[in-house]
Design a protein around this ligand. Structure first.
Ligand SMILES: [Zn+2]
Length: 170
């Protein structure tokens, strides 16, 4: 009996993981009105990024107050104002990836909210350690399922198993 329950639980978990992996990501530029010229294409994993050491995302520049929409469908896991990110939102999206939206001027969503491409989750700002830079969205993608083949010799290169380059999907 116990064996059967364990087996079914395991099957259910595997199914959930596989369904998540198969969900298409369909990444959309999260800053409304932004395009290819709104961010520097070389800044992912750029070195010398203060206490972060390398830049684990991209900075999309836009006027303060510009709408930030979710880049994918997903569920909001966390909204907070803390540390380097300032006001930030974390969304769990398809393929077990975490989408991190930081330096927001305002947060316009709540934990456990379901979001899609049309959901405004916040506005562009310069909170956190972006106080002295022009307003921008720091956008990063993390994966809960590691991609060890992406590890290289770069500083913190081992963390490339967990941080993906948003530009690859935009
Ligand atoms: Zn940044």
């Amino acid at each position: 009996m116990i064996k059967k329950i364990l087996l079914y639980t395991l099957l259910a978990l595997v199914t959930i993981v596989v369904v998540g992996l198969l969900m298409p990501q369909n990444l959309q530029m999260p800053v409304v009105g932004a395009d290819d010229n709104s961010y520097n294409h070389e800044t992912f994993w750029y070195e010398g990024w203060g206490t972060s050491i390398v830049h684990k995302g991209i900075d999309v520049f836009a006027k303060r107050g510009t709408s930030v929409h979710s880049a994918t469908i997903g569920i909001v896991l966390l909204t907070a104002e803390y540390g380097k990110g300032g006001k930030f939102v974390i969304v769990l999206g398809p393929k077990w990836r975490l989408h991190y939206y930081a330096h927001l001027d305002e947060i316009r969503t709540k934990p456990f909210a379901l979001v899609d491409h049309n959901t405004e989750i916040g506005t562009v700002g310069n909170t956190g350690n972006a106080a002295t830079t022009p307003s921008h969205l720091h956008y990063g993608i993390g994966t809960l399922i590691p991609y060890p083949w992406r590890i290289d010799d770069a500083p913190l290169g081992h963390q490339k198993a967990f941080y993906l380059n948003p530009i690859d999907y935009l």
